[in-house]
Design a protein around this ligand. Structure first.
Ligand SMILES: *Cc1c(COP(=O)(O)O)cnc(C)c1O
Ligand SMILES: [Zn+2]
Length: 399
């Protein structure tokens, strides 16, 4: 096992504290080479550590809250409405309510292996909520930088309540990340943003679970929201590792959805470009993907091109409509960013980019309760009644 630069191929030791290539400045990935049969996964508890042979950390040090093993829901009603064979992977069911827990479990375990005492990140919210919880469980100090006024209430509550030092930055996510990265490079803290390749090693387990849940085969397509572009890169790495191990015979098309106001990856895909041009002043109701300069863009673009996938944008209205559609057709409550996968699927079936009848897995990335304000604002106020049967009956008759 080793760490390798995805651009120049320079190799580094697994215990080097390094976030970008010291030769060419590009981003890094962890290479593993497990020689196992998929039969060893049978009868194991359904968490992401079911696949521990594929995780590049010391098994005796694992910090876990039983992340992963999330619901994989067949959505026949919504699928019929949209014209595809649909499964939804519900990442809001992770311990802190988003897929970030998978990455943090591996990232914090790695932090313990490296003997660091302080961890930190910049975050649009969920990374900080997750890091704060896993740092607490590991007994590490935790500092998080959040863009002032742009973090959903549930996420802020989590980061503060788990005991992180919460810094509110006068700037956007991209600027906060730049600041905390500089601090990490001076050795002040161990950085657990998704530029840290160990984060993606945990998140690749979403890909493992999808093919395992389908009975060891790949869906036609995986659709997910893209912000900092770590997750799409991670899931592609996961399905490719199982493909290379001979566990599955096909690969899915990776389809990344961005918000119209924060879409550097989609812009690059439309031009067939190998890298992005950052979007200045990104803006969207889906705060978790309000990112203009995604750090994993090179990996994400390769995932999309190598898988013959695609990318499209959705408007804030389309996101909020899809959030409601999923909640009311299937009973699955997700935060706005997560609903962009459903909104994107709907749009791409309409444009013909996705074929009728395809087998599609949509990843919904975070829980509805992460952003209670947006949910409440999207609804009418409760009907107030007197506390007696007559007033209740009057309301029921009017329904
Ligand atoms: C982090 C996050 C995303 C974006 O994932 P990236 O890896 O940054 O592309 C999407 N949705 C939610 C809910 C998130 O927390
Ligand atoms: Zn390099």
């Amino acid at each position: 096992m080793l760490i390798r630069c995805i651009s120049c191929g320079a190799e580094y030791d697994l215990d080097d504290v390094i976030y970008t290539c010291s030769k060419c400045d590009s981003i890094l990935e962890v290479l593993i080479d497990p020689q196992v049969s998929k039969d060893i996964f049978k009868c194991r508890k359904s968490t992401m550590w079911k696949y521990k042979e594929f995780m590049p950390v010391d098994e005796s040090k694992i910090i876990s809250l039983d992340e992963g093993g999330t619901p994989f829901i067949k959505c026949d009603r919504l699928g019929e409405e949209l014209g595809v064979n649909l499964h939804v992977k519900v990442e809001g069911s992770n311990p802190t309510g988003s897929f970030k827990d998978r990455g943090m479990s591996v990232g914090i375990t790695k932090a313990l292996e490296l003997n660091v005492d302080t961890v930190g990140c910049a975050s649009t919210g969920n990374t900080s909520a997750s890091l704060a919880a896993y740092a607490a469980r590991a007994g590490l100090k935790c500092i998080v930088l959040l863009p002032s006024g742009k973090v959903a209430l549930g996420k802020l509550a989590q980061a503060m309540f788990h005991g992180a030092v919460v810094l509110s930055v006068n700037g956007n996510f991209d600027e906060a990340l730049e600041a905390v990265t500089a601090l990490a490079l001076e050795g002040e803290l161990y950085l657990l943003n998704s530029i840290n390749p160990f984060r993606l090693e945990g998140q690749k387990s979403i890909g493992f679970e999808i093919v395992d849940d389908l009975g060891w085969r790949s869906p036609d397509r995986i659709v997910l929201p893209v912000g900092n572009a770590g997750n799409i890169s991670a899931i592609w790495k996961g399905v490719r590792e199982f493909y290379e191990a001979g566990f599955i015979a096909d690969l899915p098309r990776m389809t990344g959805i961005q918000a119209e106001g924060a879409c550097p990856i989609t812009n690059a895909v439309r031009k067939g470009a190998e890298d992005i041009i950052p979007v200045e002043n990104p803006e969207t109701v889906a705060t978790a993907i309000r990112i203009g300069a995604p750090v994993s863009s090179l990996k994400a673009l390769r995932a999309i091109y190598d898988s013959d996938g695609s990318s499209d944008t959705v408007s804030d209205d389309e996101i909020l409509d899809a959030q409601k559609l999923l909640a009311r057709t299937e009973g699955i409550g997700v935060e706005p960013a997560s609903a962009s996968s459903i909104a994107g699927l709907k749009k791409m079936v309409q444009t013909g980019e996705i074929d009728q009848g395809e087998e599609v897995v949509c990843i919904v990335t975070g829980h509805l309760l992460k952003d209670p304000n947006t949910a409440i604002n999207a609804c009418k106020e409760p009907i107030s009644i007197e506390a007696n049967a007559q007033s209740l009956s009057k309301v029921l008759k009017g329904l």
